[in-house]
Design a protein around this ligand. Structure first.
Ligand code: HEM
Length: 425
């Protein structure tokens, strides 16, 4: 496969969307997100070719689905659109043959999801909330005041790593390893156009597998010695009939762990950064927030819509399907561009405006639809709500003081850096 973006750090400005013939418009180019010029490309597809076929791209031929209702249709029909074998636009590489339930169809998907979803059950979330609030508070209390710093590194990554360590019962002092492994797992140039050295990735995945199997055996020994079972993810897996021997299926074992690490990492991290950025683009919204902190839950949904931390999910058509007069053939790749559906003016009022008091703010595509709808959505919302409640207790304003840098990927829509200065109350 020809991958023109791999490992190159040069940033050449891409042409404007209207300068490219429609049949050659390639929205899989990971530089679209890096250069933050994606909105016009997707608006053009929504308006002129809502079901768009690109016969050749570095990721192969694919259909783009860009309108809200069409995405919902595809996502809700797993029988017509399969999630196997992978859910990103590029094809799976030999060294990444991990089995994850996000990339499985029923019945296997349903069994595996059922086995782990207890970790995000309401009772567990309520238990976790106090700890998360405490950790958020201590991160915010230690931020430098009156000087510029990188919000991504000091808050978004830090908070996410602490949350992940809590979820996995992972040694707190080693929590940054979780972030590193997740970054390595998603930086798959052949699949998403992200930048990464393949050897480094392989070695990181090996270390991740080794560490987690160590943790698995340690937990099993503790339980065998009579310690009461805890409620972290490893123990949930060990105490479930379908997954108690997961360790004997290494690809599935690592796959599911990586899925949960990745699921809770980039997404939450970039929503934390995205909220600060959005409020700086629309500062009147921060005034509304100060005047009415009760808007926080609604704002959290609006942040998740606005940021759309995962730009797409892909499917494979299982039979010929007609959409908007086009025939998607059995076996074709179909890419649902959530970031586009979330800006679809046909369904979302003033979609290019960030409005914290938006009516129906939860009606967005960022968590997907149907059987694969994000398992961690309530956890993510809870973390963001707690974060903003604690921010409002302490700060008058978080000012973005420089240009953000964006991640190069067509999958993870996120920030590499976001320079800010804090103005206390
Ligand atoms: C699935 C987004 C947070 C775990 C998904 C999907 C999306 C998504 C788009 C696929 C939906 C589909 O195919 O229809 C997000 C966003 C988040 C977030 C935007 C934060 C703002 C989390 C967290 C966790 C998590 C914190 C950790 C527990 C998962 C899992 C799946 C998933 C396990 C696979 C579900 C399945 O295949 O049945 N997420 N996610 N996510 N997410 Fe999240």
């Amino acid at each position: 496969m020809n991958i023109p973006f791999t490992l190159s750090s040069a940033v050449e400005p891409l042409p404007q969307a209207h300068a490219i013939p429609l049949d050659q418009l390639d929205v899989s180019d990971p530089r679209l997100l890096e250069q933050n010029i994606w909105p016009d490309y997707f608006k053009r597809l929504r308006d002129e070719a809502p079901i768009h076929y690109l016969p050749a791209s570095p990721f192969g031929a694919f259909w783009s689905i860009t309108r809200f209702d069409d995405i919902k249709f595809v996502d809700s029909n797993w029988k017509l659109f399969s999630s196997e074998p992978v859910i990103v636009i590029g094809d799976r590489t030999e060294d990444m043959e991990l089995d994850m339930f996000i990339a499985m169809d029923p019945p296997k998907h349903d069994q595996q999801r059922k086995a782990v979803q207890g970790v995000v059950a309401p009772a567990n979330l309520t238990q976790m909330e106090g700890l998360i609030r405490q950790r958020v508070g201590s991160i915010l209390d230690n931020l430098p005041i009156g000087e510029s710093f990188n919000w991504v590194e000091h808050v978004s990554v830090e908070l996410t790593s602490q949350m992940l360590a809590t979820l996995f019962g992972f040694p707190f002092e080693d929590r940054h390893k979780l972030i590193y492994w997740s970054d390595m797992a998603t930086a798959v140039p052949e699949m998403t156009g992200a930048i990464c050295d393949p050897e480094e990735r392989m070695s990181a995945m090996g270390e991740c597998a080794k560490t987690f199997s160590g943790l698995w055996h340690q937990r099993a020994a503790e339980q065998a010695a009579g310690q009461p079972p805890g409620f972290d993810l490893i123990q949930l897996l060990q105490n479930n009939e379908d997954t108690k021997d997961l360790i004997e299926r290494p690809k599935e074992f690592l796959g599911n762990l990586i899925l949960l690490i990745v699921g809770g990492n980039d997404t939450t991290r970039n929503s934390i950064s995205g909220g600060v950025h959005a409020l700086n683009q629309f500062p009147a919204e921060f005034d509304k927030l100060r005047a009415d902190p009760g808007l926080i839950p609604n704002m959290v949904s609006e942040i998740i819509r606005w940021q759309t931390p995962l730009a797409h999910m892909r499917r494979i058509a299982t039979e010929d399907v007609q959409m908007h007069g086009q025939t998607i053939r059995k076996g074709d790749k179909v890419v649902m561009w959530y970031l586009s559906g979330n800006r679809d003016e046909r369904v979302i009022d003033q979609a290019d405006h960030f409005m914290i008091d938006r009516h129906n703010a939860r009606q967005h595509l960022s968590f997907g639809f149907g059987i694969h709808r994000c398992m961690g959505n309530r956890l993510a919302e809870m973390q963001l709500r707690v974060l903003w409640e604690e921010i409002l207790q302490r700060f008058h304003w978080i000012e973005v003081v420089g240009e953000p840098e964006y991640v190069r990927s067509n999958f993870v829509k996120g920030f590499k850096s976001l320079p800010v200065k804090i103005h206390p109350k």
